[in-house]
Design a protein. Sequence first.
Length: 765
Amino acid sequence: MRFRLGFVAAESADPSMSDLTEQQQRAVSHVGGPLLVLAGPGSGKTRVITRRIAQRISCGVPAWQILALTFTNKAATEMKSRIEALLAADLPGRRGLVVGTFHSFCTGLLRRYGSRSAAAGLGLVALAEDFSIFDADDSRAMIKKAIVRAGLESAQWQVGAVASEISAAKNKLQSAGEYEKSALDFRQRTIARIYALYEKGMAQENALDFDDLLLRAARMLQHDAAIADELRGRFREVLVDEYQDTNHAQFTVAHAIAREHKNICVVGDPDQSIYGWRGADISNIMDFEEHYPGAVVIPLGENFRSTAHIVALADRLIQRNSARRHKDLFTRLGAGEKPSLVRLWDETAEAACVADALSAAHRAGTTWGQMAVLYRMNALSRSVEDALRRRQIPYIVARGTAFYDRREVRDTLAYLRAIVNPVDDTALRRIINVPARGIGATTIRKLEVAAEARGCSLAAILTQAQSLGVSERTTKSIHGLVALLVRLRSELTRKSAQDLGQFVFRVITEAGLERAATELADDDQDALDRKANVLEVANGAAAFNVPESPPGTPLPTLGEALRGYLQSVALASDSDVIDPKSGVVTLMSLHAAKGLEFQVVAIIGIEEGLLPHARSLASPSEIEEERRLLYVGITRCQRTLLMTSVALRTARGMRMSTIESGFLRELPAEHFERIDRTGARSSIAEDDDADDAAAAEDGSRVGGSRTGRQSGFSVGMTVRHAVFGVGRVEAVLPRGSLTSVSVRFRTAGVKVLVVEYAKLEIIAR
């Protein structure tokens, strides 16, 4: 049988199946037609996916006809390496497999087909293959310009809010014009104006943002039949990982390719759908059988990661959700130790508790790299960081783009972008005086005004600097920069992808970027660090693996390799840089933790208003997503799980009493140990705060009093707070000499405040 002969030899007669469960074997061996694999946490889904792809190749499907899409570079890289290890080196048809993220795949489509598809350009201009990919900072800077160009006050039109609205429109595949047609009020009509100006500015710089990559690829496949047919002919098998995280644009891309041959396999878990806030649509996986009638559904419920108490805890919690597909969750790993649920006095005590638990686990033999601290909001990491530093526990706060956010690194990448894309004015503006060459802000503004007046790019106006009144000395510096960029740009088509690392090093050297980095330094050590960061860009480029081309296609050029490298940098995510072998504790958000696993996990801040987040309390569907978020956090843990909440937490400089998350009351008591340490107060607590903790504890147990006349507050009152604004009292929580009130504020959500300290003003009784 070709299937068996195609795999690397092993002891078993059938190495593709011998270590798989019956359900996993069904998923791997399914042939023809749509397949939905409901893969619970720790159920070996990556093994199933990689075995399935290797099996299809071994059965005669050429690798270049298989498309596998996922969500992180790390997952894609691991998937591809596992598949290659499974296949015999001399197996025919093993080359050309496309495994990548949705964003990288769509970028490739747009570079290849964008210039010939009006749909990819959305009717603006033809999409040149050398387009830049703007990161969030560059995109927001362009939105800010659009707000100014629209004659609006930036104070009234916050960039972040406008960016979110535009992103949501793009996830719905709405162009600026279509968004304007659907606008219902003044705010939406104004955002439509900003959106249109933003798109115009992006088009002038031949740039796309992250959402554009999906939007334009989806629109192209919807409206350009020739390109869609070409891709359907190329990709005869489609596999989508983490299908519950797909948004409408991603669904459209996958469906456009698979809808005729229907050879689509999607793997996911509705219970782990936690990205609704960025457009993920859980209905894509919930309604899979409606989109593909007759689809085979295979649940994978056995957990190979976590011990029984942890699995039972997660299972009972998630059963409270209605938007889910049931599967029996179980494990054969034994009961293990019971998770701990600890209620503490404040965040300082919480951090000390976490540090104690990590230290104990380390003494027992667990490496630091197998430990993680998870939280709903990034701000919660501060107190834990303080505690870990005091204990000399090594840690890292997971930020996938942190290296690329450093100024000297962004400068280096901007040079590369300006070389690849001649009209990327955002990149050019960044490097025009890096290193310092006497081109000041006044000169740059003069050039920008001239470019805008003549309707051309900043790059095009540089050659006319002297005629615009720029001094001879400054003009000479400008011409030197232009000559450098032109000379380096000329090499992109003449050299091969193998020269990428050397080319980037030359850019660094000839542009003087090491010297520029030292100009930013505070001291000698900082100068060395910054120079090392710049050189690390060249190292990263040298290590970049150019995607394999299908048989018979030309070898990639230096320009294609450089675009690919810049693309991989632009699309980096938090989880791409997390390495359990790094030897340090990982601090990260619950959202970033999905797909990872650790032997020891601490989840902190499990309180009302944090988890679930205050913004979700008015929406049942958002509450369910918050519950899924805790479920994801619990199921990251293999062996030792610590969950914490506190009685008092400092927020915006104020110490406020909290209510334990209602999710914790949904956990089965027989599967965890509850510990109350609110009596063990932190060293910075004030003596007269004792009743605050008691009040918070009482409120979390009984839900609070409905009267509380002794405090002067009652349910239904309208109150005003100096920070949170106007709100309505929902509950009064009296205890001893102090009273707390739960207030739902119009903009800040629900807050639990100690009346004696909150200085609430009663507006209406």
